[in-house]
Design a protein around this ligand. Sequence first.
Ligand code: GLU
Length: 287
Amino acid sequence: MKNYRESMQDKKRIVVKIGSSSLQHVQTGDLDYIRLDVLVRELCNLRNQGKDVVLVTSGAIAQGKKAVNIRPKDLEENPIAVKQACAAIGQARLMMTYQKIFAEYNQVAAQILMTRHTVDNEMNRTNAQNTFDELFNLGVIPIVNENDTVATHEIEIGDNDTLSAVVASMIGADLLILLSDIDGLYTDDPRKNPDAKFVETVEKLDDSFMKMGKSSTGSGVGTGGMSTKLHAATIATSSGADMIIANSSDIRIIHRIMDGRNFGTLFVANKDNEFDLPAYIAKLHED
Ligand code: GLU
């Protein structure tokens, strides 16, 4: 029998999530084209192996802010409206860049923007699932983000770690890779506790692991900390997908993982037929 890592080679439907901080230069906040190029090349190579591939990308708000030079004081009066306007600007810019690079690799990409309605409302959910299916039939790579321009607190999923797990669940993916600015899960915050130990594999995601989550993110951009990643892991594994948190410092980690090598923290799929995705998302918002 293959071990968990070797079985990565057999995965057929893969969701890859990348966060804002992994896409931009630390010094300026402008897009890092080399990293974007490597990301797109890795995804196209998976597609060329006949796998279904989805990219969940952040960066809309961050790139919109850059485009119109938003400073902290511009956010004082109506921060939500400013952020939503920035998302409208930045999402289009981001897609333009992705489309260009995907085209260089002869790959067609599509955009899907979601809100919580896409999960809660059965008709919306079914429509979204049909769209994903049809895109896979056509050999297209869907690029997903939250529809930040319209998603106010009441209808938002809230962060792209959760969004990517929702997508993995909705499309019956067998693997979700969360690219992050950390190596994976540690028993405690490694930036604060030198004794924190790295966790390679989580076979059963119980409360002891959930407690290891810290709601902090090292980068100051994006929204996900370890806590959101552990909720994402609950959604993904309960829906039947393995999930790996891996460091995006070298994006070629994607093919190394797919080759079965030991990178990041693997959360092993543990399908729960009773798992209720809309109820889980609603509960996250209450907490
Ligand atoms: N959807 C947001 C954006 O694209 C980012 C959310 C997140 O980073 O979790 O700007």
